[in-house]
Design a protein around this ligand. Structure first.
Ligand SMILES: Nc1ncnc2c1ncn2[C@@H]1O[C@H](COP(=O)(O)OP(=O)(O)OP(=O)(O)O)[C@@H](O)[C@H]1O
Ligand SMILES: [Mg+2]
Length: 425
């Protein structure tokens, strides 16, 4: 329960005393420009401000006390379950001005580095493909949340943040005000979530078209429908019971491979035979996403998005093949690959340009570029040469597209202190 009285009170899991120094006695919309970071923000009813606190960028949202506590708890639970959501840091209550006027509570979350609100991706008359990639990412997010039993209640593009993921996007939940956890999420609630999502997405896309930020020929309603259809396919693929003959056991393996290729892991598979003993039914019990991501985490300690991780795993495999020791243990080849390939590639990017993209995304783009120029020049361009060409011919020219705030990451292992802003893909 929120505390009574008017004294400033901060509830935080990892209490940082510096939080007390923020200007809690002033409404957020009057926080001075010097302390507020001008990062891109989605549309919202509440006032949201970004501030630096020590070396971290925070997002502060002014909302009612009950809602703040509810959202804080919902986000904490989702973080605990490993869902892609913003990390909650604190709820601040008992705020009042110097004249004793009471102010709304504040929810503090960690700013999601390298995240982009969907509107920042537009403004350059984006093509339908960009919209499709965003929608696909939102589909995966919805399925992940529903598998965990989370009912969102207010799904929209504005309540989602996007991060680049090897040419596509990964979606994160940013607004959990209306969310609820259910031990067994009823289908009706999933359907309701999808209904709200469809309506909101169509409205948001039409809004972009009205503002001439999205090409008028993009069919918003068809995209809304495709969003729902893709969600249904994905949900079925992940949860449906499949039936096969006893002598078709390879179908189990096939199913697992299919789930893995969608980026999900099978935790448990329930197997049962039919009455006559000739048929077998399988149902993946718990499926968790992030197959490649966890593999990269385990092998290198780097936390990246799923497609980036897949790319890294493939490159690592290639490295092992080319090393002349194809049987070397994966843990050894991963370490060598990190030291001899990944780190030198990212470190070869000039420091001032490193904040433009996450290291894993830079790596992905360098590989794409290398493939492109090798094909063009009919020769196998070495990595070192590809990086130099990428920096000069691609990365430098992105300057106008990126509003770069803060410092560039100093090394790979550090949490990036830099955040990309408006970027058109
Ligand atoms: N931790 C964060 N990291 C990055 N951006 C954030 C973060 N928290 C909030 N934002 C930005 O602020 C915007 C508004 O946040 P949010 O959706 O929680 O506000 P809201 O007022 O509750 O929205 P609504 O109008 O949907 O109720 C988001 O779209 C996002 O762009
Ligand atoms: Mg919102």
């Amino acid at each position: 329960m929120p505390p009574q009285g008017s004294q400033l009170h901060i509830l935080a899991a990892d209490a940082n005393p510096a939080l007390l120094d923020l200007l809690w006695s002033q409404p957020l919309d009057r926080w001075p420009e010097q302390i507020v970071a001008a990062l891109p923000r989605g549309i919202s009813r509440h006032v949201v401000r970004f501030v630096y606190l020590e070396d971290k960028m925070l997002a502060v949202k002014e909302i009612g006390e009950d809602v703040a506590f509810h959202e804080y708890e919902a986000l904490r639970e989702l973080v605990r379950l490993g869902a892609p959501v913003v990390t909650p840091l604190a709820v601040v209550t008992g705020r009042q001005t110097a004249n004793g006027e009471r102010l709304n509570a504040a929810l503090v979350t960690r700013h999601l580095p390298f995240s982009l609100p969907y509107r920042s991706l537009f403004g350059h008359r984006q093509r339908a493909e960009t919209v499709t990639r965003l929608i696909n990412a939102l589909d995966v997010l919805m399925v992940r949340l529903h598998l965990l039993g989370f009912y969102w209640g207010d799904v929209s593009l504005s309540n989602t943040l996007f991060r680049r993921d090897a040419g596509s996007f990964a979606a994160y939940l940013v607004d959990a005000e209306t969310g609820e956890m259910h031990p067994d999420l009823p289908e009706k609630l999933r359907e309701y979530d999808m209904d709200v999502a469809r309506t909101n997405i169509i409205g948001e896309l039409m809004d972009l078209q009205a503002g001439e930020e999205l090409a008028p020929e993009v069919d918003a309603v068809a995209i809304g429908d495709a969003f729902v259809a893709r969600y249904r396919r994905l949900w079925e693929e992940l949860t449906e019971k499949t039936e096969f003959q006893v002598d078709e056991k390879w179908k189990v393996t096939e199913r697992i491979h299919r789930l893995n290729s969608l980026g999900f892991d099978v935790d448990e598979m329930s197997l049962s035979t039919g009455r006559d003993g000739t048929r077998v039914f399988i149902q993946p019990k718990v499926v968790e996403p992030g197959h490649y991501r966890r593999r990269i985490m385990r092998l290198t300690g780097i936390d990246v998005e799923e497609n980036q991780a897949r790319r890294m795993v493939n490159d690592m495999e290639q490295y092992r093949m080319d090393s002349g020791h194809p049987t070397m243990p994966e843990s050894v080849s991963a370490h060598e690959w990190l030291t001899n390939v990944f780190e030198p590639t990212v470190n070869a990017i000039p420091r001032e340009l490193r904040g433009k993209l996450q290291p894993a995304e830079l790596f992905h783009e360098v590989l794409e570029h290398r493939w492109f120029i090798s094909q063009h020049q009919h020769r196998d361009v070495p990595q070192r040469e590809a990086v130099a060409s990428f920096v000069d011919n691609v990365l430098r020219h992105r300057r106008d597209e990126v509003s770069f705030v803060g410092e560039a990451p100093r090394s790979l292992s550090e949490n990036p202190g830099a955040v990309t802003g408006d970027t058109a893909y």
